[in-house]
Design a protein around this ligand. Structure first.
Ligand code: ZN
Length: 226
């Protein structure tokens, strides 16, 4: 075996050993039922995939239409939380499936997909934008372009959940900046959770000021608490 190949082989064995030790000290837990030794057990994954769409759609101020695929409760809430806060990025797949089914049913007419952006500081902390993971999968399924850099979150906002409606509105005011030419585009915004709808609405508002022809918003779940 050539020397470099021998090193690569040793290195891969070392990595496997490190992974095994990490699993031993910190065993993986199911995102939902906390079953040990598996990050996503078949029972919970099947239950999530089987959860029916409970669509709520509405017209909201700056959005042409806005919808969520179900209430922010039960397995759906656990999955969104695990994707957003505890690094279970693999849940983007089943959650994006819900968005894809919903969008096929809604039949909205748009030509580009934008995830709701995270502030750069939060993106650094989390390492990824959960809305972007969802939007990318939706775009692949619908053969559309996912633009991750058309809108920037220029102001760090606090979580919307515990705020009054007036506070939610002022919390997101001036949070977004459009950094691309969106004139004439029909845009779909993708987010994980919609609470009051103010975040999607504010994002839609700046896109419209820059000439977007239409803006739709879709989220995995809808609820007062995120
Ligand atoms: Zn489980």
């Amino acid at each position: 075996m050539p020397e470099t190949a021998a090193w690569a082989d040793k290195w891969s064995h070392l990595l496997l050993a490190a992974e095994w030790l990490t699993d031993l000290v910190f065993p993986p837990l199911c995102w939902c039922c906390d079953r040990v030794d598996v990050r996503s057990c078949q029972d919970c994954l099947r239950a999530l995939q089987a959860a029916p769409l409970q669509m709520t759609a509405r017209r909201a101020d700056k959005l042409d239409r806005e919808a969520a695929t179900g209430p922010h409760e039960g397995k759906l809430r656990s999955a969104v939380h695990a994707l957003k806060y505890t690094g279970y990025k693999e849940l983007a797949d089943p959650l994006a499936e819900r968005l894809i089914h919903a969008l096929r049913w809604l039949d909205w007419s748009f030509d580009i997909i934008l995830p709701v952006p995270l502030h750069s500081e939060r993106l650094r902390e989390r390492g990824y934008n959960q809305s972007e993971l969802l939007a990318e999968r939706v775009a692949v399924a619908l053969s559309m372009y996912c633009a991750t850099d058309f809108v920037a979150r220029v102001r760090k906002t606090e979580q919307q959940a515990q705020r009054s409606p007036a506070e939610r509105k002022s919390n997101v005011e001036g949070a977004f900046e459009v950094v691309a030419d969106v004139a004439g585009l029909r845009i779909l915004l993708v987010d994980d959770v919609v609470t009051s709808g103010e975040t999607l609405n504010e994002c839609a508002s700046v896109l419209r000021k820059h000439g977007a022809a239409a803006v739709f918003g879709i989220a995995v779940s809808r609820g007062g608490q995120s």
